[in-house]
Design a binder for this molecule. Sequence first.
Ligand code: PEP
Ligand code: MN
Length: 363
Amino acid sequence: MKLQLQITPIKDWFPDFAKPLLIAGPCSAESEEQMLDTAKQIAAIYPNSIFRAGIWKPRTRPNAFEGIGNIGLQWMQAVKKETGLLTATEVANAAHVEECLKHGIDILWIGARTTVNPFSVQEIADALKGVDIPIFVKNPIYPDLQLWAGALERINNSGIKKIAAIHRGFNSYDNGPFRNSPKWELAIELKAACPDLPMICDPSHIGGTPELIPYIAQKAMDMEMDGLMIETHRNPKVALSDAKQQVTPAELKSIVSDLKIRSASIESRELQTKLDELRSVIGKLDADLLELLAKRMAISTEIGEYKRDNNITILQVSHWAKLVESSLETANQLGLREDFIKGIYQLIHDESILRQTDVMNQK
Ligand code: PEP
Ligand code: MN
């Protein structure tokens, strides 16, 4: 994928930038007291963090708490005044942007339900023309990398250069233990397409439960992400939204202080040589894998021709099931994870069927 953005390096946005950039605060602004109490506790632990709170909440069903509205922006101002923390909130339309700018909110983010809609993103981009403010763009709810890239481009095209992506997971058919499946490969692909783009992980919305947050946050750090957005509430149990996933300021402290921030650069020459060696072995093995796949697919095509000439259906389910079963046994003996091998076999099978369908249609 191609993605060209003009980005100011993140260390130039915030004078005290240190990794991870921490964005913490409640899912929703609920009362001035709740905001100030939570913010003061966070500021006491992480004075350089950014305070988040949702003012307008996009809820899946009506009649849920849909956010406190404009009054919450005044509470954000109070937070900033009393704690010195920078403030951030979600915007979903031009009116939200205008209100936030009027109230001096420092950073705005576009939520996952808005990133999916190019009309809304464009409206926000237009409202931001001539404004110099950091904008974070969450990934769209479903796993469509083009939509995420498109939203970043729209914001960048309106002149915003302080721009970052937030990885908050994707809602898919099988989310596994997560509220939103992380699909790390998509975040990696976006970063590979635009290495200058700062990437922030939102383990709260990926995990959906506090127990998963340390694991997800550590993984984000190991993937060289720049920051973390963690929903933090003084009393999560009574939160008006996302009560199940928020942590207390004390829990936030333990999560962040347990993180291991590993270095991305390799200083020792010996280490570099060893890594180069291992990488070159992998390079060779990967080339062998490709060659094997090409051979295997050529045989799929041949089988397709044979089936076509003899009027046999493409898919022979019982044969395939047997093949997968025996391969999984072998994989197990080789110490390969079952899900991993199942996934690869599924892809190979899909491609094989596609080839055979092509062959069938040739006559
Ligand atoms: C949020 O940050 O509270 C939120 C609504 O997130 P998302 O857009 O990722 O669902
Ligand atoms: Mn939330």
